[in-house]
Write a protein that binds this ligand. Sequence first.
Ligand code: PEP
Ligand code: MN
Length: 329
Amino acid sequence: MLIVMDKSAAADQIEAVAELIRSMGLRAQVLPGSIRTAIGVMGNVGYVDADQVMLMPGVREIIHVSKPYKLVSREWKPEDSVVRVGDVPIGGHSSFVLIAGPCSIESDEQAIACACEVKKRGAAVFRGGIFKPRTAPYDFQGLGALGVAILNEIRKNVGLPVVTEVLHVKNLELVASCADMLQIGTRNMQNFDLLVEAARTGLPILLKRGMSARMEEFLLAAEYILDAGNSQVVLCERGIRTFETATRNTLDLNTVALVRELSHLPIIVDPSHGTGRASLVKPLSLASKAAGAHGVMVEVHPNPTRALSDGQQSLDFERFKELASALGF
Ligand code: PEP
Ligand code: MN
């Protein structure tokens, strides 16, 4: 529920309404707007006596938020949110952002070569995993703690902000020490403890859609992060499981266009995991931009045939250059 205050409502009237809400056993969040202030009501205990609220001086109207998610909805916040990764803005009217790098950080040479190349072609943020969620326990699991120095070198010497995945709460501090943005992967989208603890670091969060998550579940996962006090969330559509096996996943661009309607949060697309094929990354990147995405995140490797993970969907430098130019960089 949103309580919209009169344009002329005084600070003590706003506080009195917030206090009334708290006395009902609920949480009140004051949301100052450019024209008037609203008060968001949250909490799962307590009954809201709307008539009593309407009688308070300065109250203009009450809006019932119709969706199960609130903080992420456009009803709650009509204007687009802009999330900052280092000094790179994502969302709203900011320019389309290109995030690129290898699936996994494999070595200093591989990562630095990749970072320099993607920066040269227009990428604003570097990606690369040091903790990798692999389907098979025998596959490369990432460099772990050994990758921290490499990511910090890229941040410092190449000069790109870094997004990297955190798999487990126990590694949050380590990952936060080498990241400008924390990635929560598809397999952890509903790991609610991880969402809340990651939110509490205060770093921006890249939340990837669960491979079998409906859009509403995706937005509710983001709601956990905002509810934990961190509004710096970028959503990422990365494809879902369907009956189709010709591609690794089915990239659901419906979600991009619909999220733009239903939520104020920025949304980007990962066409590398979304298709699983390097040859499809360019067309689906262009389609993502056309559908309203605020950016794309793609996997790039100096030698995809030798990559320790996701080589089949990784672009070599030549293909990445073509992609960047097709996107107007
Ligand atoms: C990745 O970005 O390398 C990754 C593992 O992504 P996802 O969680 O979408 O599979
Ligand atoms: Mn990958």
